[in-house]
Write a protein that binds this ligand. Structure first.
Ligand SMILES: Nc1ncnc2c1ncn2[C@@H]1O[C@H](COP(=O)(O)OP(=O)(O)OP(=O)(O)O)[C@@H](O)[C@H]1O
Ligand SMILES: O[C@H]1[C@H](O)[C@@H](O)[C@H](O)[C@@H](O)[C@H]1O
Length: 356
């Protein structure tokens, strides 16, 4: 197990990568049913779970991955990576309320049903280049994460998998401090810890950045990377937000695509921002435009070549990559047409069959 946050060919978030062969990714986290509610009515029902958004990004980017997820007998979506079906249980369900307006949260989440946890024995014994611990409903146990750090060269963790607790009466999601999560003793063995800016309040970034590479996402403002004494702001892409659900998941998917491709961490995080920004423009899983994906692949290859040859590249210079990716961002043909704008940033495309 490597203690370095980065694959062994990279030594700091800013150092140039060497060419590496195809990498294999392991995604661990349950699929769920998402129910979006506004003004007391169900606006949309969609496939959810960080694992679903992440595998969508990886599959679209031709990055091979294995996925371990549990669902119940009632799971109702067709997915590329088959989950383990637990016949006596129901699928995890989250209700997202967009109008409760508590604090500055964009939505209030309730876990109203929970499928089984993922056990170490559910995870294959083979080795993986990158593991992703991306639970949503408390399905990742400390022993599950321990197995992941044993079998993966690098593990990227979404903090939501570790710090969520659920009200026993109505399932409301609350967060606990990372130190009290029961996972703290394993965290010196992970490579990346991703948190939204709200979740980052539940950890000591100064302490965590000494243990691993910490990435804090901040919606339309992009993200920040903290590692040892380095701190980098990674700029966002413009987006017309329809539904924020899954932005953080797609971000993590894009980050891992970048790492697998051998990009430096700030460039990989820029890919994360790219996929996050597309996701907020859709209800549920975004369908990525083929031409857009091809342009992204071309720009990634160009960036790698440039880095390998050290042409026009300074340590912190991901602006050029941002500039070149921006036109790809807007070649996306299937951006939803805004036909009905609802309050608090949730809007629905009438042609989208996921909208009710
Ligand atoms: N309105 C937006 N405009 C542009 N980019 C966005 C917007 N919202 C999110 N993003 C992109 O997606 C990334 C992740 O978003 P965010 O910080 O909201 O994560 P999150 O709160 O974990 O998301 P969620 O829990 O909804 O999946 C951001 O860092 C940014 O790059
Ligand atoms: O589908 C969503 C998504 O995966 C979010 O990241 C998570 O916060 C929610 O719990 C889940 O319902």
């Amino acid at each position: 197990m490597t203690l370095n946050p980065l694959p062994s060919h990279q030594t700091t978030p800013h150092s140039p990568p060497r060419r590496i062969p195809n990498r294999r990714v392991l995604i661990v986290g349950n699929y769920c049913h998402d129910v979006l509610i506004q003004n007391g009515s169900i606006v949309a029902e969609t496939l959810g779970g960080a694992a679903s958004f992440i595998s969508n990004v990886l599959d679209s980017s031709s990055v091979s991955c294995d996925l371990v997820s549990k669902v119940g007998h009632d799971f109702r979506y067709e997915v590329t990576h088959s989950p383990i079906v637990v016949p006596e249980k129901e699928t995890t369900v989250f209700e997202a309320y967009f109008d409760l307006g508590i604090g500055h949260a964009d939505r209030v989440l309730k876990r109203v049903s929970a499928c089984d946890p993922i056990l170490p024995s559910d995870i294959p014994d083979s080795r993986f280049d990158i593991g992703m611990a991306v639970g949503v409903g408390g399905e990742i146990l400390p022993e599950t994460l321990e197995k992941m750090v044993e079998i993966c060269d690098v593990v990227a963790v979404d903090i939501q998998a570790l710090i969520r607790v659920f009200d026993p009466v109505d399932g409301s999601v609350k967060l606990v401090d990372l130190k009290e999560s029961g996972f703290f003793h394993i965290l010196h063995r992970i490579g990346f810890l991703k948190a939204s800016s709200d979740e980052a309040l539940f950890m000591d970034v100064e302490q965590m950045k000494q243990l691993c590479c910490v990435v804090v996402t901040n919606g339309e403002k992009g993200c920040r990377i903290y590692h040892k004494d380095d701190e980098t702001m990674v700029p966002p892409f413009l987006a017309k937000q329809v539904d924020p659900t899954g932005a953080g998941d797609s971000f993590l998917g894009g980050l891992v695509v970048g790492l697998v491709e051998g990009l430096a961490v700030p460039d990989a995080a820029l890919l994360g921002n790219f996929f996050g920004s597309i996701t907020v423009e859709h209800i549920g899983q975004p369908k990525f435009d083929f031409m857009m994906l091809q342009r992204v692949k071309d720009e990634v290859q160009r960036r790698k070549k440039q880095r390998n040859l050290c042409i026009n590249i300074h340590n912190n210079d991901h602006e050029e990559f941002h500039t070149r990716l921006t036109p790809a961002r807007f070649s996306c043909a299937d951006s939803p047409v805004q036909t009905e704008l609802l309050v608090n940033g949730l809007s629905c495309d009438k042609d989208d069959d996921r909208c009710l």
